[in-house]
Ligand binder design. Structure first.
Ligand code: ADP
Length: 299
């Protein structure tokens, strides 16, 4: 258990205060993991796409739900330009790199800013969690929007999450938000296990100086935060030019099979699967878990 009590703003506390929520599991998956960052631009979507593919490489069947309603990244990061099929009642996910994907960006014009009011956000989240025909998945990775606002609340209140992974850079301004993000998941009325923290952009190593590390955003800030909050530090991911280039090219870095970054994502994915296996007895399972879970992924 964390050493600290969650500290959240008065407004957030009021929104959450004393309420209990009926949560409906996303059908078609055993486990649902939220990738959250609280602060934008720290590499959350990059991490979500790579960990989804890494989990697939371990033999799991994986879906990727881009819940960043205001700034969807998955269409670009997976280079998807088609629209999902619909029978008027439900939407079929688009499969790319063997991952089932859904994003508001598949439905809206990429050039148009999303200016949605609260109820529209809630209804979009409902559509994405209840009306998408996810099929036989072990994991759905949810790329959360940055912040701890309405979309977060709609999501964490409406679906049972197996766990959350919080991504941060080591920079103090990002860490302050990461702390808020962790605290939100740990609130009594939300109660989502935080599987760990990822320190992204932890350092930079120039190609011609393989033993040198430049701590551009500060040194080990997320590691310290993890220690303070008694949460596992899952990985320290360096700044790597090819990670950025791969994201922009719509082919996430892990697809470059022999690269060191691909290997570290694969190790991380194996750890996440092991963690879920180990913790699953303690985690309140989704309905899907209750009926279909066996140890590890299905193949
Ligand atoms: P967020 O989802 O938190 O807003 P993104 O995943 O969109 O952040 O990442 C922000 C930018 O940083 C993108 O241009 C992405 O390619 C780049 N980026 C993320 N992680 C790394 C990394 N480890 N090394 C290099 N570039 C990265």
């Amino acid at each position: 258990m964390p050493k600290e009590k969650p500290e959240l703003s008065e407004a957030m506390r009021k929104k959450m205060g004393g309420k209990t929520f009926v949560k409906n599991p996303i059908l078609g998956t055993k486990f649902t993991i939220a990738i959250s960052s609280a602060k934008g631009g720290v590499g959350k979507s990059t991490f979500a796409t790579n960990i989804a593919l890494a989990l697939k490489k371990t033999g799991c069947k994986v879906g990727l739900l881009d819940a960043d309603i205001y700034g969807p990244s998955i269409p670009k990061m997976f280079d998807i330009n088609e629209k999902p099929q619909s029978d008027g009642k439900s939407l079929s996910p688009i499969t790319k790199y063997d991952i089932q994907c859904m994003s508001i960006g598949f439905l809206a014009d990429q050039q148009t800013p999303m200016m949605w009011r609260g109820p529209m956000v809630t209804s979009a989240i409902k559509t994405f969690t209840q009306k998408v025909l996810w099929k036989d998945l072990d994991f759905i990775i949810v790329d959360m929007p940055p912040g701890t606002g309405d979309i977060h609340l709609s999501l964490v209140q409406s679906i049972p999450l197996t766990g959350a992974i919080v991504v941060s850079t080591p920079q103090p301004i990002a860490l302050a938000d990461a702390r808020k993000g962790v605290n939100m998941f740990l609130m009594e009325s939300i109660n989502v296990p935080v599987l760990g923290i990822i320190e992204n952009m932890a350092y930079f190593t120039p190609e011609d100086m393989p033993n040198k590390k430049y701590y551009i955003f500060g040194k080990e800030g997320a590691k310290e935060l993890a220690e303070q909050m008694n949460i596992e530090l899952l990985a320290e991911i360096p700044i790597v030019q090819s990670v950025r280039e791969a994201a922009d090219a719509g082919r996430p870095a892990i697809l470059q099979i022999d690269s060191p970054i691909a290997k570290s994502f694969l190790t991380l994915a194996k750890n996440v699967v092991a963690m879920i296996d180990k913790r699953n007895t303690k985690i309140k399972p989704t309905q899907a878990v209750k009926t279909t879970h066996s140890r590890g992924c299905s193949n």
